[in-house]
Design a protein around this ligand. Structure first.
Ligand SMILES: NC(=O)c1ccc[n+]([C@@H]2O[C@H](COP(=O)([O-])OP(=O)(O)OC[C@H]3O[C@@H](n4cnc5c(N)ncnc54)[C@H](OP(=O)(O)O)[C@@H]3O)[C@@H](O)[C@H]2O)c1
Length: 275
């Protein structure tokens, strides 16, 4: 892993932090991003790695992050789009006008990846997207409904955002694999992190009650991400697929619909001002 440049978003805590710690110890050059300056700086200081701050519920901050990373790194071997989580029980629109869960979990990573696309292609990079088994329970998705106008529920919208991670992965791979990018999505397992903590509800109960001790540790939850980042696409894993526990898993059948993937890509280009 020596000399490899690995950027991990959402590495101030949980799965991203555990992945950054492990990959740093294997000799890779790790770059982390987080939302909280205090938490992100503390992790960066501990690991002795560079850090960047951006709140993904603000697309201007994601644009600034993309621009800074593009200027600072001429090579990126791995981009792990990992930042995200479950949001509140009320639908909230961001200042950019999109549902907050959809923006933080999908649109921000979409924008960041596209801003770095030339570097990622030239570096023959792996793009690893942290999805979730919750994508299986998304209900029917309308990939044009990035504001969740057709009905918001906390878990339904979270599931849809994680289904979008799989659709994005498939379309990114379809469009850019021949130009060098290998994209993959994975489910980390049910992992004992701060996940859901900020917004309360049943997820908070599961993740903060004594039940949490039966959940995976962040180190175990990071295992598939670390494996994907340190192995060879095309040889050890198949680009365009969705993994769980280092194995290909069939996602929600709506993720296999290539028209959904193309339509989501176009809608996301428009939403992020890239088209
Ligand atoms: N834990 C699970 O059981 C589980 C299961 C399936 C999938 N996942 C997925 O795994 C990923 C990591 O979650 P985790 O479990 O490690 O949770 P976590 O401990 O809460 O970590 C979440 C990370 O995402 C960052 N983040 C959250 N909101 C953000 C925002 N608005 N802008 C920028 N960064 C933001 C956080 O930054 P700050 O700490 O700086 O705020 C933190 O670094 C998420 O995509 C989640 O959906 C988790």
């Amino acid at each position: 892993m020596k000399d490899k440049i690995i950027i991990i978003t959402g590495a101030s805590d949980g799965i991203g932090r555990a992945a950054a710690t492990n990959l740093k110890s294997s000799g890779a050059n790790i770059v982390i991003t987080g939302r909280s300056k205090e938490k992100t700086k503390a992790v960066a200081d501990e690991l002795k790695v560079p850090y960047y701050i951006a709140d993904f519920s603000r697309l201007d901050e994601v644009r600034q992050l993309g621009s800074n990373l593009k200027n600072d790194y001429s090579t990126i071997d791995v981009l792990a789009n990992n930042a995200g989580g479950i949001m509140g029980s009320e639908r909230i629109l961001t200042n950019d006008g999109y549902d907050r869960t959809i923006q933080v979990n999908h649109l921000a990573g979409f924008l960041l990846t596209n801003m770095l696309i030339d570097t990622l292609c030239a570096s023959r990079a792996s793009v690893i997207n942290t999805s979730s088994a919750a994508q299986q329970f998304s209900g029917d998705i309308d990939v044009n409904d990035l504001k969740m106008e057709k009905g918001y529920s906390r878990m339904g919208t979270y599931g849809k955002s994680k289904l979008m991670n799989v659709l994005f992965t498939k379309e990114l791979n379809r469009r850019f694999h021949s130009q060098g990018i290998s994209a993959v999505a994975f489910h980390p397992g049910v992992v004992r992190t701060n996940f859901g903590e900020e917004f309360g509800g049943s997820t908070k109960f599961l993740y903060s009650s004594p039940i949490k001790y039966v959940l995976k540790t962040p180190e175990k939850g990071a295992d598939t991400l670390i494996w994907l980042a340190t192995t060879e696409p095309g040889k050890d894993w198949t680009p365009g697929e969705y993994y769980s526990n280092r194995r290909i898993k069939r996602p929600n059948k709506q993720a296999e619909d290539s028209q959904n993937a193309m339509t989501l890509w176009e809608a996301s280009l428009k939403a992020t001002g890239l088209s």
